[in-house]
Design a protein around this ligand. Structure first.
Ligand code: CTP
Ligand code: CA
Length: 226
C-alpha cells in the first residue's frame, strides 16, 4: 500500500477524486444503485496523498475508511456528487479523476412516503443525471488534467475512445466489468488507458498498485503540460 517511500511526483498538486456508486432515491426506503465498491477511487486518493498531493475525495455511499491525510466529502446522489465535485474543483485543482460509478438515470419524482404495492405493475420514470465528468472537462477554468474511467462489458477500446472525445477529457482509464473478481467489486484491477495520441496498459494487480501506476502516468503528463 501507499507509504512514505512513494516518490513525491504530485507534490504541490491539488487533486480531486470521485469514488463509489451514487444512490438515487425512489422513496424513503428504496433507491437505485450499482455495484461499485469505491475501492479504486479510495486507492487513488490514498496514493495521490502518498505522492504529495493535496486531495479531496468525493465519496458516494460506501463503508470504507477515509485514507490518511485526505479530505473526504460524503454524498449520496448524482446531483449531490456534482455539487460537491464542482465546489472542490472550483477551488482550483490540477487533476480531476472521475472514478465514481455515477448513476446514469434517477427517478424524476422521489416520493416522500413509502410506495405501497397497490397495483400489479409499477412504472418508474427516470431522467438522465448530469454528466459530472463532461461538465468538469468542458467548463472554464478547468483542471489541467481531467481523467475519466470507463466501465465496459465489451468493445472496450471503441467505447473508451468514444468517451474520450465525447466528453473532451484528457485520458480514459478503461476496465472490463462483469465476471469473477471483477473490477467493480474485487480487490484487483487491470486498466487500459487511452489518451488522444496514445494508449498503454496497466497490468492486473491489487488496486493500490494500479492506483500508483496510473497516478505516476498522470504526474508525468501533468509535468509535461505547459
Ligand atoms: N460519469 C459522470 N457523470 C455521469 C455519468 C458518468 O461523471 N452522470 C463519469 C464516470 O465517473 C466515469 C465516466 O463518466 O469517469 C464514464 O462513465 P461510464 O458509466 O463508463 O460512461 P457513461 O458516459 O455513463 O456511458 P455508458 O454508461 O452509457 O457507457
Ligand atoms: Ca454510465
Amino acid at each position: 500500500t501507499a507509504g512514505r517511500d512513494d516518490p513525491p511526483l504530485l507534490s504541490g498538486r491539488r487533486v480531486v477524486v470521485s469514488a463509489g456508486p451514487t444512490y438515487e432515491d425512489i422513496d424513503p426506503v428504496r433507491y437505485l444503485g450499482n455495484r461499485s465498491s469505491g475501492k479504486m477511487g479510495f486507492a487513488l486518493a490514498a496514493a495521490a496523498h502518498a505522492m504529495g498531493a493535496e486531495v479531496v475525495l468525493v465519496a458516494g455511499p460506501v463503508q470504507l475508511p477515509t485514507p490518511a491525510g485526505v479530505t473526504r466529502v460524503d454524498v449520496r446522489s448524482a446531483a449531490q456528487m456534482r455539487a460537491a465535485v464542482l465546489e472542490a474543483v472550483g477551488e482550483g485543482a490540477d487533476l480531476y479523476v472521475g472514478a465514481a460509478a455515477v448513476a446514469d438515470y434517477a427517478p424524476t419524482q422521489g416520493a416522500d412516503h413509502k410506495l405501497k404495492k397497490s397495483s400489479p405493475t409499477l412504472t418508474l420514470e427516470l431522467a438522465r443525471t448530469p454528466d459530472i465528468l463532461a461538465e468538469v472537462a468542458q467548463r472554464a477554468p478547468r483542471p489541467r488534467l481531467v481523467v475519466g474511467f470507463a466501465a465496459e462489458t465489451h468493445d472496450l477500446a471503441a467505447y473508451a475512445r468514444g468517451k474520450l472525445y465525447a466528453k473532451q477529457v484528457d485520458l480514459i482509464a478503461a476496465n472490463l466489468v462483469g465476471g469473477g473478481d471483477s473490477a467493480f467489486e474485487g480487490e484487483h484491477n487491470a486498466l487500459h488507458v487511452f489518451w488522444p495520441e496514445g494508449e498503454t496498459e496497466i497490468a492486473r494487480a491489487p488496486k493500490p498498485v494500479v492506483a500508483r501506476r496510473l497516478l505516476a502516468l498522470l504526474a508525468e503528463r501533468l509535468g509535461a503540460a505547459p
